[in-house]
Design a binder for this molecule. Structure first.
Ligand SMILES: *Cc1c(COP(=O)(O)O)cnc(C)c1O
Length: 402
């Protein structure tokens, strides 16, 4: 009997009851704007920032409208100007080069390794090409952050971390987002906390934080923040910094606060699912599992494997055969961008020379979301399906080669 998976790859869990109650309270009093407070009231947004800052051990936190907005704001706040080059990953999602483009910057892409992390040799070579690196921990894979920071510190490069896939993850016990000057996170539905849209920016640098607060649209109400620098930090900055509105609102903040409090539990649940999938896929002929370094604390909200050096039509065949059995895989090797997957050469505004080593890895990356609505049994079944279909196509490949 051929097993078929019937679950949904895009179904989230409901918002926790505490979040629903808090959201209803905000709807009832009507003060949704973060600065719309009465008397001694502290807004949900200010509380959320304080709680998120504490959760990652950051001095300052700003909640904003999206992860993409957090990244663009971070780039502006560290001083990126129109025309400036900004280093970033060739393997990432479109909002990352998009944030660079949003500030008029010019993305300079750094390659990807078979570990799916930024190629640090390539980074070292390109280190004098830019003063800022927007580092994407794409699909949750964290590179050797100690070596990355050495390279960047030596070259005077400011690091902004895109932690859209690593909220709750760490390298050498330092939370993702806390190695560079600024960490950016997304609270969009497909990430680790869900308010539909939303994002955070964290930093220990008072000047960057103050600029970000003004940029986000605080007007002169920055004293109503609980995780912003003291008012002296705004003295000059408030005159020099434009308002580019992108605030978080109290309704989203109310939904998010219980999720931030619950993040560690949710991460552990993701990791149970991830390890079940990984075990099921290990030692499949032709398939390379991505081994995770021991310094990395992962959040397995998605899983990747490589069909390295496979002919494109065979990878397509695997994706189609798995889809026929209810398993949705995404392939980063397609010539045209599809759904969420696009590649550095799809972002033609950046005008990037070909990167053959990166192309080889991208051509082999197969990706799967792991929603928490999957049970461990679901994960075991999905792994059996992928294993069977990869093995079948690989078998034909070897037979054809004989
Ligand atoms: C989703 C995502 C973002 C941006 O998040 P939005 O909140 O959708 O703007 C940034 N980087 C990566 C890698 C992402 O997947």
């Amino acid at each position: 009997m051929t097993e078929i998976f019937k679950g949904s790859f895009t179904q989230q869990e409901p918002i926790p009851e505490a979040g629903i109650d808090a959201a209803l309270a905000v709807l009832r009093h009507g003060r949704l704007h973060r600065y719309n407070t009465i008397a001694e009231e502290i807004s949900e947004t200010a509380l959320l920032e304080q709680e998120f800052a504490a959760s990652v051990g950051a001095k300052y936190c700003l909640a904003v409208a999206s992860g993409g907005y957090a990244m663009a704001t971070a780039l502006r706040a560290v001083g990126v100007k129109p025309g400036d080059p900004v280093l970033s990953n060739a393997f990432t999602l479109a909002p990352v080069p998009g944030a660079i483009a949003a500030v008029g910057g010019r993305p300079v892409f750094v390659g990807v390794t078979e570990a799916l992390t930024i190629d640090l040799d390539d980074l070292a070579q390109k280190a004098d090409a830019a003063k800022v690196l927007l580092l994407s921990h794409m699909r949750g894979h964290i590179c050797d952050m100690d070596r990355l920071m050495q390279i960047c510190d030596a070259a005077g490069i400011t690091v902004i971390e895109d932690c859209a896939h690593t909220m709750g993850a760490a390298w050498n016990e330092v939370p993702s987002g806390r190695h560079g000057a600024v960490g950016c996170y997304s609270c969009q539905t497909y990430k680790h906390v869900n308010s539909g849209e939303g994002g955070f920016l964290v930093t220990d640098a008072a000047e960057i934080a103050a600029r970000a607060v003004i940029l986000s649209g605080s007007y002169m109400l920055f004293e109503r923040h609980l995780a912003a620098p003291p008012k002296e930090a705004f003295e000059q900055i408030r005159y020099e910094t434009p308002n580019i509105s992108g605030r978080m609102d109290n309704l989203r903040a109310a939904i998010l606060r219980p999720q931030v409090a619950d993040l560690a539990t949710q991460c552990a649940r993701w990791n149970e699912r991830y390890s079940c999938l990984e075990q099921g896929l290990r030692d499949t002929p032709g398939l390379t599992v991505i081994d995770r370094p021991e310094q990395e604390t992962i959040v397995g909200s998605s899983i990747q494997f490589l069909l390295l050096d496979w002919p494109a039509r065979d990878v397509r065949d695997v994706v189609a055969r798995c889809a026929a059995r209810g398993v949705e895989l995404k392939w980063f090797g397609g010539a045209k961008p599809v759904g969420f997957t696009s590649r550095y050469d799809s972002w033609r505004y950046a005008d990037t020379p070909a990167m053959p080593d990166t192309d080889r890895v991208l051509a082999g990356i197969v990706d799967m979301r792991v929603p928490l609505t999957f049970s461990l049994q679901d994960c075991a079944l999905i792994a059996r399906i992928i294993r069977a279909e990869v093995s079948a196509v690989f078998q034909d490949q070897s037979t054809a080669a004989e």
